[in-house]
Design a protein around this ligand. Structure first.
Ligand SMILES: Cc1ncc(COP(=O)(O)O)c(C=O)c1O
Length: 416
């Protein structure tokens, strides 16, 4: 009998999984075009709204082209590119009029930026727990988190799985609150056959290195609201205004512009996104089906409304009691079998030292009791990176075989 690799047996895999990022001659070609044009910086604002260029002799802006194509691919008229997904959240929230004294509802099971973006513009994040079966914002708990100071709701499409938007949007409408989709994980995803990123008042995406499209760093805001788009673009452009003199600054803005090099890389990444998303979907569905057969392994749910999973992360809950092994030991054994995985967020956001600092408008320790599902998610989650889903069906079978093998040998692994 083949022993677990951790106990000296042959690992299920020695071959590596696909590397990330994926790139080829297309990225090279577009990046070289920028290099050789000498036009390394997008030279004029306003393309977001008018799609015109101020200087007809200059090379067309790759940023402008990318904004237009990314927005269109995500069901939106406007895209405003910026330096990263955190900046995108800050800009979108500020353009919605949010500032000091205002509250923004966010889930606690997400990257820190979802909560710090409101703080960076003086607002207060208020945590609303997640659903344990999807790890997304729980609409059943949303209304209780709304106060007279609430100004926006920010659901995250965690791991690329659409948030439960129907009740979220209807609660938001009832309270006249805008919804900002944090779609940092959700490029190319869909909810009820509509693109993620087009369902709230605005949405934000990240192109940081780990994301499903990347230029190392980068971000974008998508919206169908022309006034909001103009405001966001102005904030990214140090408060300038389309059609107004260069040194006239109308708003307190940032220089959050994306470079032409990044846009060139992202144009190539966008071309590849549909095929990669389809492959992740096939492999994700196959792996989830295989893993559901193994005791103690619970892949996240696939609700009917999540018609297009972007599979940024393949997540399953690891129920240690049912599986018969601790999560730490399981991850050690899985790594030894040649399957890279992690336990994800170490704790819900409100447990970060940042939220224990003196002088905050809220006592964040209250959320330990208010967010039991987030606490449980942090204790049980196992994450596989999306690059694993860019492999073959046999690669998925290897992952499942490694987990089944560890389960079979759980007693020996516990003793060792
Ligand atoms: C859910 C979520 N929101 C926002 C961000 C922020 O994006 P960035 O790292 O590009 O600032 C991230 C990324 O890491 C994220 O995972």
């Amino acid at each position: 009998m083949n022993l677990p690799a951790l106990l000296g047996g042959e690992p299920v895999r020695r071959r590596p999984f696909p590397a990330w990022p994926v790139f080829d001659a297309r990225e090279e070609q577009l990046a070289l075009e920028v290099l050789r044009s000498g036009q390394w910086w997008r030279y004029t604002l306003g393309e977001t709204l008018s799609e015109t260029h101020a200087d007809p002799t200059a090379a067309p802006s790759k940023v402008a082209e990318f904004q237009q194509k990314f927005a269109a691919a995500h069901g939106c008229r406007y895209g405003i590119a910026c330096v990263n997904g955190t900046a995108a959240l800050e800009v979108a929230l500020r353009a919605m009029g949010i500032g000091p004294g205002d509250e923004v509802i966010v889930p606690p099971y997400t990257f820190i930026a979802t909560a710090t973006a409101p703080m960076l513009i003086g607002a207060t994040p208020v945590f609303c727990d997640i659903q344990l079966d999807t790890f997304n914002l729980d609409p059943a708990r949303l209304e209780a988190a709304i106060t007279p100071r609430t100004r926006a709701i920010v659901p995250v499409h965690f791991a690329g799985l659409a948030a439960d938007l129907e009740p979220i949007l209807s609660i938001a409408a009832r309270h006249s609150l805008p919804v900002l989709e944090d779609a940092a994980h959700a490029h190319g995803g869909a909810w009820n056959a509509q693109p993620l990123g087009s369902l709230g008042a605005a949405a934000t995406f990240s192109f940081q290195a780990s994301k499903n499209m990347t230029a190392g760093e980068g971000g974008i805001i998508t919206t169908n609201d022309p006034a909001l788009a103009e405001h966001c673009e102005s904030l990214v452009w140090v408060g300038r205004k389309t059609g107004r003199p260069w040194y006239e600054h109308h708003r307190l803005g940032w220089n959050y512009r994306l470079t032409e090099f990044q846009a060139a890389i992202l144009l190539a990444q966008l071309e590849r996104l549909p095929a990669q998303t389809a492959l992740r979907q096939q492999n994700g569905a196959r792996l989830a089906q295989l893993l559901r057969e193994i005791p103690g392994i619970v892949p996240l749910a696939a609700p009917a409304y999540a018609t297009g999973h972007a599979w940024h992360i393949f997540v399953f809950r690891f129920l240690a009691d049912q599986f018969g092994l601790s999560r730490a030991r399981f991850l050690e054994a899985l790594a030894a079998e040649g399957i890279p995985a992690s336990s994800g967020y170490a704790h819900p956001l409100y447990r970060n030292p940042l939220f224990a600092a003196p002088g905050l408008p809220l006592d964040y320790s209250q959320f330990v009791d208010l967010c039991p599902a987030s606490e449980q998610a942090c204790a049980e989650a196992v994450w596989l990176e999306h690059r694993l889903l860019l492999g073959t069906p046999e690669d998925m079978d290897d992952i499942a075989a490694a987990i089944a093998k560890i389960h079979q040998h759980r007693a020996a692994l516990t003793k060792d």
